[in-house]
Design a protein. Structure first.
Length: 304
């Protein structure tokens, strides 16, 4: 395991072909570092409370929450002057992208899933009346997101799917306890529940809906989640990876019945957002309140 950077309250993580990127709430900034380690790159400063990121060959996009409203920012390409991509969002959180568009959730009581072309044309709401949407991902055909609802202690959250071409949203799972991260492979959707619970779970259902399977239970506050499908599509079985912020672990499980949970890392200080490439896992540790989050870090674990 390798510490790529020790930082003040990092949040969100994403990769391009050469670097790892994260937001940093302690310094109101966005940073990058080579995947193998090395000198840090300042992507943006004066970013108030950065949340989550989406990076690709064109640059880096991020959500942030200001004192009165939130923004979606970008640096395209990295090294160019950062700019506000979509201003005056109420509470933007999860963000993802494809070759054409940027998508994010605006997390308020009557929240929405938003779309904006990379060209910066008008913002479109793909789905409204979403109760506190949280995280979002895409497979290039559909969008998938979680909503927590108005309570993190009652089972009022949902997992939702919609086609990018403006199809009606479909609820894949309801009555979920504080669902957080979400990931997909070619056939299934995976998500975390119980973000602040010692009895959190990793759940799976088919794209389009169906029976729900529990892949892991008794997890200590599961947060970020990824699969290895898009970096290892020839693999016989998808492996699911996630962080547990409550007990400071990073874990994995094969997406099949009765597979054992594997603990990959322990002693992590508030692990949350997670990303994957063909050889390694990356995640951010937010740090601890006792140290005013100055013990946060960006981590790498080589898988093969």
């Amino acid at each position: 395991m390798q510490t790529l950077a020790t930082r003040n309250h990092p949040s969100g993580i994403s990769l391009d072909s050469t670097r790892v990127y994260w937001g940093e709430q302690g310094t109101s900034s966005v940073w990058g570092v080579p995947r193998g380690g090395g000198s840090l790159v300042t992507v943006a400063t004066n970013v108030t409370v950065p949340q989550f990121l989406a990076a690709d060959s064109s640059g880096v996009y991020w959500t942030s929450i200001g004192p009165t409203s939130g923004d979606v920012g970008r640096a395209t390409p990295v090294g160019s002057a950062p700019a506000v991509f979509s201003p005056s969002q109420a509470n933007p959180l999860g963000i993802t992208s494809d070759e054409t568009n940027i998508y994010w959730v605006d997390s308020v009581a009557s929240g929405a899933v938003m779309l904006q072309p990379r060209t910066g044309n008008a913002v479109t709401s793909l789905a409204g009346s979403q109760s506190y949407p949280n995280q979002i991902t895409t497979d290039g055909t559909n969008l998938y997101w979680t909503t927590t609802g108005a309570s993190s202690t009652n089972s009022v959250g949902t997992v939702v799917q919609t086609g990018i071409a403006f199809s009606n949203p479909k609820v894949l799972a309801s009555a979920q306890l504080d669902p957080g991260g979400i990931a997909v492979d070619s056939t299934s959707v995976y998500w975390t529940v119980g973000q602040s619970s010692a009895a959190g779970m990793i759940l799976q259902t088919a794209i389009g809906g169906g029976a729900k399977a529990t892949l892991a239970s008794s997890q200590g506050g599961p947060r970020g989640i990824v699969t290895d499908f898009y970096v290892n599509p020839a693999g016989p079985t998808t492996t699911v990876y996630w962080t547990n912020s409550g007990d400071g672990t990073v874990c994995s499980v094969l997406a099949q019945a009765n597979a054992p949970v594997v603990t990959l890392a322990t002693g992590q200080k508030g692990p949350q957002a997670i990303a994957i490439d063909a050889t390694s896992l990356y995640w951010v540790n937010t740090g601890t309140a006792a140290n005013t989050y100055n013990d946060g870090s960006v981590m790498k674990l080589t898988l093969k």
